[in-house]
Design a protein. Structure first.
Length: 212
């Protein structure tokens, strides 16, 4: 009978210990879940902050690109008439030389001065290389890319124009008939540059209108 009591007591103690263990496990699990939740919440807040900072940087980068485009456009507008005037001067000298008019020799009779726009692409290159590039509006990126592609073409045409101008500057005392081939080449280069000038200006104007 005594053994039975001890057995009952042992089972009671064992049951009480098991309940305590189960309680400890539940408490530990609850605390672990709270820690995991706190860690995930911290990660979420940090990710939100990083995304917010990235979007703020993207807005700044886009504003810098648009300001750069606006500055380039002002340069193009300011020098627009200069190329047209140079084309007219070249054409006049070519006509006079072809008609036999005794114009003043070569460069002294032809004003070869003209203005070219200062082109910047630093903001666009920086924006493309930054992390913000991944969240730019795709359609906006396409429009800006087209504008800068034309600016690149303009830069190459400008170098070709200056190359065509160089041999004429070396023969400033020559008669226009003696440098007619050089004048013809220069005229073609300036004409191409003028066409690209107009196309680039129109593209930048359209881009800024779309972003207003």
């Amino acid at each position: 009978m005594a053994v039975g009591r001890r057995g009952i007591l042992r089972r009671a103690v064992t049951a009480l210990g098991g309940a305590r263990i189960r309680g400890d496990v539940a408490r530990i699990a609850t605390e672990a879940a709270m820690v995991v939740f706190a860690v995930l919440a911290a990660f979420s807040v940090e990710a939100w902050r990083e995304e917010r900072q990235l979007r703020r940087f993207a807005d700044m980068a886009r504003a810098a690109v648009e300001l750069e485009v606006e500055t380039n456009l002002e340069e193009f507008r300011a020098t627009r008439t200069s190329l047209r005037a140079l084309l007219e001067r070249i054409a006049r000298v070519q006509r006079e030389a072809a008609s036999g008019v005794d114009t003043a020799p070569g460069g002294r009779g032809l004003d070869l001065s003209f203005a070219l726009p200062e082109i910047s692409s630093a903001a666009w290159r920086t924006a493309q290389a930054s992390q913000a590039a991944a969240i730019f509006d795709y359609n906006w990126v396409i429009r800006v890319s087209r504008a800068y592609e034309i600016l690149d073409s303009y830069g190459r045409a400008r170098e070709q124009c200056l190359d065509a101008l160089s041999p004429i500057l070396d023969r400033l005392d020559a008669h226009p008939l003696d440098i007619k081939d050089e004048l013809h080449r220069l005229n073609g280069r300036v004409l191409l540059l003028d066409q690209l000038h107009e196309a680039a200006q129109e593209q930048m104007e359209a881009l800024l209108v779309d972003t207003d």
